[in-house]
Design a binder for this molecule. Structure first.
Ligand code: SF4
Length: 68
């Protein structure tokens, strides 16, 4: 399974459950931040856990569904 920065970004952009983790420090948790999409990636998602795995098991599914 590919898990590079670009793939994680593409997956997160297509993910309906993406939820910005405010602790990522880039301000993407704030709705007024116009650069929000710049940091949409699984790495900044609340569902991405310490083991670098999606809590909801969506990563692989999205990759498959979108041929990423
Ligand atoms: S970590 Fe999971 S829920 Fe979050 S954007 Fe990635 S695939 Fe979606």
């Amino acid at each position: 399974m590919r898990k590079d920065a670009q793939t994680m970004k593409q997956v997160a952009e297509r993910c309906t459950r993406y939820s910005a983790d405010e602790s990522c420090g880039c301000g993407c948790g704030s709705a007024s931040n116009s650069t929000k999409s710049d940091c949409v990636t699984c790495q900044t998602c609340k569902h991405y856990n310490r083991e670098n795995v999606c809590d909801l098991d969506l990563y692989e599914e999205i990759m498959k569904n979108h041929n990423l």
